[in-house]
Design a binder for this molecule. Sequence first.
Ligand code: ARG
Length: 359
Amino acid sequence: MRGSVQKAVAFVTKISLHSNDSLAPYEPWLFGGDALCVSSLTPESFFFSLAPCLFQRGRLDPLRQGEQRERFDLVVDLSGENTVSRSVKQKILMCPPTYYGVDYVINPWMEGQHGKTDIALAQKQWDALREKLAVHAQIEIVPAQPGLPDMVFTANAGLVWDGVVVVSRFRNKERQGEEPFFYDWFAANGLRCAEWPQTVPFEGAGDALWDRALPLLWIGSGFRSDVNAPPRLEKIFGRRVVQMKLVDPRFYHLDTCMCPLAGGYLMYFPAAFAPESLALIEELVPQDKRIVVAEEDAAQFACNTVELGDQVFMNGASDALQAKLRAAGFNPNPTPLSEFLKAGGTAKCLTLKLVEPLV
Ligand code: ARG
């Protein structure tokens, strides 16, 4: 197939027109784990759900049965130049660690770390992550600000979906100064900032994770985001929001202990959740799609993974976890981020996806 662009017919069930031109919608994109690389589409048919149309290892899978279908002609690039791992044009927001450091304590990882971060090493580690991600995604940069050492953790800038963003309202006053800078960046880059009351803490994609197969948003509560956040998010995004109660202060944001992956897989550390939240996972995610993470891996933030189709990037993962991920079709890319773990964040915390697939 190398070198050829083939015409294929895809069936899609849902169309959602995207009105926000500033996200350069006509580039090729990867749609989550369903991994269809589209080389050219008409503007009208750009943003749609490719959920029923699985392009895996060089073929279009048969459609699921019983779906209501509409027919669209797509040009599918099977050339190899634009395969899943290379032509992904996801956009990711990052903030350089120019003013990073542990200057206060707002989570257990920060205790005893005041002044102990090696800034040169932090910069090196951040550059390495950025470089690895840049192979698969376009990296956007929000400038760092003096006096805001945690701004590097852009997962907490807000939660994005379909051109709309809910800008975070931080629970801790130490991080509240970041809000206007993130707000201004989103507004200047064509995202519509949804209304959100100042009084309801919500820490963005650090606590809110779009599932990659189910049409729902997982949201953490217990430490940072408020219990009143879910109904508001449900209203704004028109999606079911599933609240997950976090019980271990080391795993204070949902993205520190859970990661939805392509194809409906869910990687998570069970001991971080209240029993009723574990029951929800069992109800919603089939057993063969649950990737249970052991304490040793959770402690090195293995769940804090950036997932880009079949590529997954994390601070570290044991051989056993890497084997589990491979068996499920993922390629683990361990990327050391020790300096950031001192502030309680690693790979996923350092990134924010600006385009979320519409499942
Ligand atoms: N020191 C930061 C805080 O406690 C770390 C944030 C990590 N971000 C994340 N998405 N988990 O807020």
